[in-house]
Design a protein around this ligand. Sequence first.
Ligand code: KG4
Ligand code: ZN
Length: 365
Amino acid sequence: MAPFLRILGIETSCDETAAAVVERGQDGSSTVLSDVVLSQLDEHSAYGGVVPEIAARAHVEALDTLIEEALKRANVSLSDVDAIAATSGPGLIGGLLVGLMTGKAIARAAGKPLYAVNHLEGHALTARLTDGLSFPYLMLLVSGGHTQLILVRGVGDYERWGTTIDDALGEAFDKTAKLLGLPYPGGPAVEEAAKTGNPDRFDFPRPLVGEARLDFSFSGLKTAVRQAATEIAPLTQQDIADICASFQKAVSRTLKDRIGRGLQRFKREFPHLGEMPALVVAGGVAANLELRATLQDLCSVNGFRFIAPPLRLCTDNAVMIAWAGLERMATGAAADDLDVQPRSRWPLDSKAETLLGYGKRGAKA
Ligand code: KG4
Ligand code: ZN
């Protein structure tokens, strides 16, 4: 058996076009040979959000060159890779089609197996690439399209413990920013404004706090922000800062309650783990330093390790898609047929029910 497997990964499910070449040793070690990401942020920012048609077109224009670049930077040719991994869902269907069809064409032309990867599985397994984490662990995915707490039991073995019943957390940041006149994407703008604000000026709601279920809800918070902003309009810079700081505080408190319950449940379900349990975060919202600090604190108090992969690997990228493909190969799982179809919705936990409003922005992380 070869000492390692090498794969070309392709990601096109939202507004990042990405390609990467990654290796996995038999011992589970990883080597990222190349990691190329082209963000379409500039193309979408004028519209205050991702426009699916613009995204699909931009993927078509960029993908071939990006794949060539990824192979070049890795100093390999197609004949040197063992397989192709392409995101086939969940996400925006136009982008998924571009990436998956390209992956199929390369697989057919080069005579390599194709792995159609679930984007969420890419996020879920990244911590094994960065930190060599062993199963099981908990993962909090907080991005523009998803807010999920997932039990990661093994490759292909996931249990969704919580999800949002309305807006994703990144979406709540983006909408709050928009109604305060801050630029898109809203997360970084809200975080920046919050630095000079008073977090105690507004007492925003903390939806579902205290409830036993592990789901999230953020649309009431957004509505409360709108009401506060309308009441004190016209807004000064200080008002905006105070609203942002109070919003972030409400989010922090909500996460503390929800995730705290998740950590307790994990300890009940896995009392004899043999090592310190771990909580992993992924998704763009994981960039927020206040939320990170909250989660870090919560983990210390509950005896958990807090694992936040480098931001580049927390947000959308092709390394995680390549890695998810490699992890599947390593389990001996069969490759996909070339007639595999993209899926705009594709929950990691097929047994989890779809909650009302879930994934409104396109079921995308
Ligand atoms: O994972 P990601 O890069 O893309 C997808 O959603 O697919 O996440 C983007 C989301 C946006 O909603 C953005 O506002 C949010 O992550 N975000 C943040 C921060 N940076 C990005 N939210 C809060 N604080 C931040 N610093
Ligand atoms: Zn994502």
